[in-house]
Design a protein around this ligand. Sequence first.
Ligand code: GDP
Ligand code: IMO
Ligand code: MG
Length: 424
Amino acid sequence: MAVDLLLGLQWGDEGKGKIVDVLTKDYDIIARFQGGPNAGHTLEFDGIKHVLHTIPSGIFHDNALNVIGNGVVIDPVIFKKELENLDQFEGLDYKAKLLISRKAHLILPTHRLLDAASEASKGKAKIGSTLKGIGPTYMDKTGRNGIRVGDLELADWKDRYSALRDKHIAMIDFYDAKIDYNLEELETEFFKAIKVLKSLKFIDSEEYLYQAQKAGKSILAEGAQGSLLDIDFGTYPFVTSSNTTAAGACTGLGVAPNQIGEVFGIFKAYTTRVGSGPFPTELFDEDGETMGRVGNEFGATTGRPRRCGWLDLVALKYAVQVNGVTQLMMMKGDVLSGFDTLKVCTAYKYKGETIEHLPYNIEPENVDVVYKEMKGWQADLTGMTEASQLPSALMEYIEFLEKELQTPIKIVSVGPDRTQTILR
Ligand code: GDP
Ligand code: IMO
Ligand code: MG
């Protein structure tokens, strides 16, 4: 059976957690393929909100197993806290439902410190990272120095840990920025968390998923971040350190490209970004403020306010193309209710020329935005359950996007709850 993918098409926080939760009833396995606790995936049901960072968003369902793939980086300390949050759910036997790839890399306390030192030393040029140690951990992975989950089963892993820690300490001293830390406390917390991690089941996930596919199990791969944060195709250097695009699911799970089935691409009806970096349709006016307030646009991991702006079709087309998206899902349509007029960016004026593709550099000094204005809608969408109830102006918006993106919009989300999901 083919493996379906679900990916964010913008700068993250599109609503991946919510939709994975909605789709899980149709899958046997949900598998996270990249990123780490920089992600914050929000699910809402029965009036309660849950934020997951490392654990796949299928964990609340009985029918599915959840795999943390080799492409993920795990901070045992954050992971332990996530598990403790799950303890409040009676009957949720996560030990039976969560499987961890031996090839996933570990975020060490000193990776977090290095992230902080690197950011602090950059001053104005900082990436705006989540300070979870993501960049330094992937650097050690590609530098072939990393410590993997499977290493915890080896006798000498603590020696390797100490050697890497000492190297990190020397590197922290290299940065100008002064970082205060108490290594002893950090390590006590870390080794406690490692014990908890070791109580879970480790697997050779590529083999596990291969056998599952052969046995006819259905698999949904869950992405983190968004295409514009991809290390290769995003707005470099203001990106994360993994491949967030479709190819990342192949390398992050060991799934062969010819085994990929549907590619679900998720986007917000507008655009948000948290952290630094260019954002051509960003709004600094009342409209942007309204989106942020109505959409409750605060980072699920860091609590930082998200920057808001109109939908950018140039960037979205690029993401659809790079990922080979087969079905789209439009989130947060309800947040746009009440605007008289909406704007959609259809082209960029780039160095005096009108272009419809994403150029090498979208810094504000190079790009002016060309907008198409569209009629807004006033109705409150949050109680709607059928596509036939959606206002005509919203249907025009949806149909315009489908035509431009040459891809059907199959889900329209009208609120954060599981039930506020309209299928088309
Ligand atoms: P993710 O990282 O892609 O999983 O997205 P986040 O959880 O970081 O951010 C999405 C936010 O929007 C969360 O607070 C969700 O509860 C919320 N959300 C998701 N879909 C909708 C929607 O259709 N309407 C509204 N108003 N909120 C939504
Ligand atoms: P989810 O999965 C939104 C952003 C950070 C920063 C940049 C690099 O919830 O959509 P990093 O900590 O990865 O080195 O930060 O990427 N970023 C995200 N923005 N949603 C996320 O994840 C993000 N993960 C990282 O804000 O700009
Ligand atoms: Mg998020």
